[in-house]
Design a protein around this ligand. Structure first.
Ligand code: FES
Length: 276
């Protein structure tokens, strides 16, 4: 028999074998960089942290924004949490999210297998009874709200043409997405801000792309002006691409794949772990 823990919206059963340690909750959103949405995350996290069976609560972002999911899981593991519940705040929530999470968590666990906590996933927001009521309440409130005011004239906005030497494309096609591309993209964007890559090293811009071609090498990143394809890129690979290629001017040969006119597979060291 498992013991039962309340998670506010519903009660889930936790195996005794998995519930011996302290429990942490992570509220997971896609991305945020501005102060206001981060404050919203903080407020929601405080509510979850007040639930009796949750010993600690934190928030994280699956793409851009800090802290990243990987960093929060590492911290909680280092603090001795053995049981983590993940609350995905995605509305709507892609059915592939669970497979994506299993893929990236497997990769991170394989990188650092010691003291890896048990991780369980909360139901999607739409699966809870309150989301329907929330939408109804929003609709009723909107009926009472003032209409938006529009200025009589809108001034044409100007844009800067960035000084850039490198453009980094992150494939977000299906296979790359499933192989963890959003987390890799988020890690790059956080590093881009931290290292000021827009201007550092002659300038670097980055963008998401649809399928770049070599899906078997997922996650795929392409760096211009050389047009180099990198395959099986994870966070550590991004750190090398930034340090060696973007800032150092030297292609990272162990991650790069040159055109051969034949089909290529990921080299063994980069082959992603199988879903368990
Ligand atoms: S989906 Fe990424 S290369 Fe095709």
């Amino acid at each position: 028999m498992g013991r039962r823990r309340g998670f506010g919206l519903r009660t889930v059963t936790i195996d005794r074998a998995h519930a011996s340690g302290r429990v942490a909750a992570i509220l997971l959103a896609r991305s945020a960089v501005a102060v206001a949405p981060i404050d919203e995350m903080r407020a929601m996290t405080n509510r979850v942290g007040a639930i009796a069976d949750i010993d600690s609560a934190a928030f994280a972002f699956s793409e851009q924004g800090e802290p990243s999911l990987r960093d929060v899981i590492r911290r909680l593991r280092d603090e001795g949490f053995e049981d983590i519940v993940l609350l995905p705040l995605f509305l709507p929530m892609e059915p592939s999210l669970k497979a994506w999470l299993v893929r990236v968590l497997s990769r991170w666990r394989n990188d650092e297998p010691e003291n890896w906590p048990t991780i369980r996933l909360a139901p999607a927001p739409m699966a809870t009874a309150v989301v329907g009521a929330m939408v109804e309440e929003m609709a009723r409130a909107a009926l009472m709200a003032e209409s938006l005011k529009f200025p009589a004239k809108t001034a044409a906005e100007g844009s800067m043409i960035p000084t850039q030497k490198h453009r980094v494309l992150f494939c977000m096609g299906g296979p790359c997405n499933n192989a963890g591309a959003p987390a890799v993209w988020g890690h790059f964007r956080n590093e881009q801000i931290r290292l000021d890559l827009h201007t550092n090293g002659e300038g670097t811009v980055s963008a998401k792309a649809s399928c770049l071609g070599p899906c078997s090498l997922a996650p795929v990143v392409q760096v211009y002006p050389e047009g180099v394809y990198y395959g099986g890129v994870d966070e550590a690979g991004i750190d090398r691409i930034i340090a060696e290629h973007i800032l150092g001017g030297k292609i990272v040969a162990s991650l790069a794949y040159a055109p051969t006119r034949g089909k290529q597979r990921l080299r063994p060291a980069q082959t992603p772990p199988r879903d368990k």
